[in-house]
Ligand binder design. Structure first.
Ligand code: NDP
Length: 393
């Protein structure tokens, strides 16, 4: 196996798992060269990635950190850039496989730089699709880029999508997060630490909070709709606390195919990196007899209103999904900063969409990435104001 790869968001949870998979494949004889890696602000983790992967170049998002990062990388031989243009430059560098693992809408522009090069893009960053939806998938098609979903549910669907034209519906599985059985009053007073203590997956803080509100599953419904061309009625969600079945594809003849595996992100990452082949990788293995039983439940729509919010945004169109994603980013950050209550996250998103809708700001789907950015900015302004007033209440 031979690959030339870049990793956007190498310092994050998915980025770190990608490093492990690369090291494992290399030790098995795979020829994997690393062209570029990017970080947001974590210089020690960037240095560690450079020492382990020996990329040609590295980029750090925060331009103020250039000098500190430059000093840290002295002697590594890695070329360094900083700021938005450097990030896009790293994404557009000469790699045939690019891991998109920056969190949030900040991942869109760098991922688009890889898409424009026609690269194979391993897509962990779901916000790219939620924000830019059809524009993003059309650009991938136009530039001959291959999108390989890394989000475990979408990766699972991709793995069993033997007859895309014969799909009746898909079912996304959800762990239910840390508050699956929690009383509303417990959720109301939840702290960031409690919300980030996911029972199955070890992830970055934003996606952990999204899992706790189940906004993550709603975002994944939108992601699946755009990625696989399915209407919202054809995407179900079922709570599956063991997180072993990563999703189901229901075919028109009544057959249901599923992909199973331990809750270990190295599995979908390895699949994407070795696709269309598979290779020996040291990931967690399933012990079915030890598991004993797999359980499935209907999500509780009252305690987790985010799912309905996402489905509603999807039916309104891509301006609404862009706005929803942006408002959610603002609200989650305010919660993580200790300024907003846990239940106020969804309230902020709902009220922001309501206000933008009244003002006619999400009626028309964006026709360019500039329009996507305008909707995103407008939603952030509204969400910050609403979060501020909820926090003060
Ligand atoms: P983390 O928060 O762990 O990592 C985020 C990465 O993005 C870090 O490398 C961070 O850099 C970088 N980053 C943050 N802000 C910026 C910015 N403004 N510009 C450039 N880079 C930035 O997130 P995860 O790894 O958990 O998630 C990454 C993406 O993958 C998300 O979209 C998430 O939804 C998706 N995903 C994650 C899964 C998981 O298991 N973690 C599972 C499925 C999907 P730094 O740390 O240096 O500041």
């Amino acid at each position: 196996m031979k690959r030339r790869v870049s990793i956007l968001g190498v310092t994050g949870s998915v980025g770190q798992s990608t490093i492990q998979v690369i090291e494992d494949l290399r030790s098995g004889g795979a020829d994997i060269e690393v062209e570029a890696v990017t970080a947001g602000a974590n210089i020690p983790a960037l240095l560690d990635a450079c020492l382990r992967l020996r990329p040609r170049l590295a980029a750090i998002a925060d331009p103020k950190l250039y000098s500190a990062a430059k000093s840290a990388l002295v002697g590594t031989g890695v070329e360094l850039g900083a700021g938005a243009a450097a990030l896009e430059g790293a994404a557009a560098a000469n790699a045939d496989w690019v891991m998109s693992a920056i969190v949030g809408a900040a991942g869109l522009a760098p991922t688009m730089a890889a898409v424009r090069r026609g690269a194979v893009v391993a897509l962990a960053n779901k916000e790219c699709l939620v924000c830019a939806g059809p524009l993003f998938t059309e650009a991938a098609e136009r530039h001959g880029a291959k999108l390989l979903p890394v989000d475990s549910e979408h990766n699972a669907i991709f793995q069993v999508l033997t007859h895309p034209e014969r799909v009746e519906k898909v079912t996304l599985t959800a762990s239910g997060g840390p508050f699956r059985t929690a009383a509303p009053e417990v959720m109301a007073s939840a702290t960031p630490e409690q919300a980030c203590a996911h029972p199955r997956w070890n992830m970055g803080r934003k996606i952990s909070v999204d899992s706790a509100t189940m906004m993550n599953k709603g975002l994944e419904v939108i992601e699946a709709a755009y990625l696989f061309g399915l209407s919202r009625e054809r995407i179900d969600v079922v709570v599956h606390p063991e997180s072993v079945v990563h999703s189901f594809v229901h075919y028109v003849d009544g057959s249901v195919l599923a992909q199973l595996g331990a809750p270990d992100m190295r599995i979908p990452i390895a699949y994407a990196l070795t696709w269309p082949d598979r290779a020996q990788v040291a990931t967690q293995r399933l012990d079915l007899a030890r598991l004993g039983a797999l359980t499935f439940e209907t999500p509780d729509a009252e305690r987790f209103p985010a799912l309905a919010l996402c489905r509603d945004a999807l039916s309104r169109g891509s301006a609404a999904t862009t706005a929803l994603s942006a408002a959610n980013e603002v609200a989650v950050q305010a919660f993580l900063d200790g300024q907003l209550g846990f239940l106020d996250i969804c309230r902020t998103v709902e009220a922001s969409l309501g206000e933008l809708d009244k003002g006619g700001r999400i009626a028309k789907s964006p026709t360019s990435f500039d329009e996507v950015a305008l909707v995103d900015q407008a939603a952030r302004v509204v969400a910050r104001r609403i979060a501020g007033s909820l926090a003060a209440a």
